[in-house]
Design a protein around this ligand. Sequence first.
Ligand SMILES: [Fe+2]
Length: 254
Amino acid sequence: MTTATTIFRQLFEPVSSTYTYLLGCPETGEAVLIDPVMPAWQRDLQVVHELGLRLVMTMDTHIHADHISSASQLKREAGSRIGIPAVDALPCTDVLIHDGLPLRIGSIRVDPMHTPGHTDNHFALVVGDRVFTGDALLIDGCGRTDFQSGDARALYQSVRGKLFGLPGETLVYPAHDYQGRWVSSIAQEKQRNPRLGGDRALEDFVDLMANLELPYPKFIDHAVPGNRQCGQCPPELPEHLRQYCQEMAESPQG
Ligand SMILES: [Fe+2]
């Protein structure tokens, strides 16, 4: 049973309200970070080292639009390999993430699950009785579907047809939360997710997502090209966006 012994930390990055997940193998000392974020790379690496682990891989669930991944920075600093969905075909990828092809970090087995809809190439990552749902399924919510080849019909199928097929007790760890919630479960989201839970019908969901009237994502024009290079900060960011590439002032930890 992978997660019985897996070392686990949930780390919060406040600029983009992103959760980064650290998984460590107690036998080999190898560690992986899921969705690491640029302003927090030093904090994240420090946590890895404090646990006596060695960072061997980073994995991004998708090409993010709301922050810059620290995958490349961590590769430079720690030699970790960069895992990205294979369908994105980024030349900077070291480890290709394929649907249904498990990846191993020591004794940890990661099962990638293609969950398109927020982006067409989005993946959830199943590790034992935990699922890292990226921006597909959030706690009481889901990722938006109006950019990056988003598709509400595909997201409905990914969440209700795939993620909701996991055992109810599976713990749901999202890539973001904006209200201080940390973890949920498949059973809870099936029951009470206001967008996708209960008996929500496909056409209702498509209609709901088409009428959210969300503002244009303020960092997307910088983040997407930066993340298509596995996490490169643009050379000249406007003042109000520099926090996305600056080191965190404090080190909040989960
Ligand atoms: Fe996203």
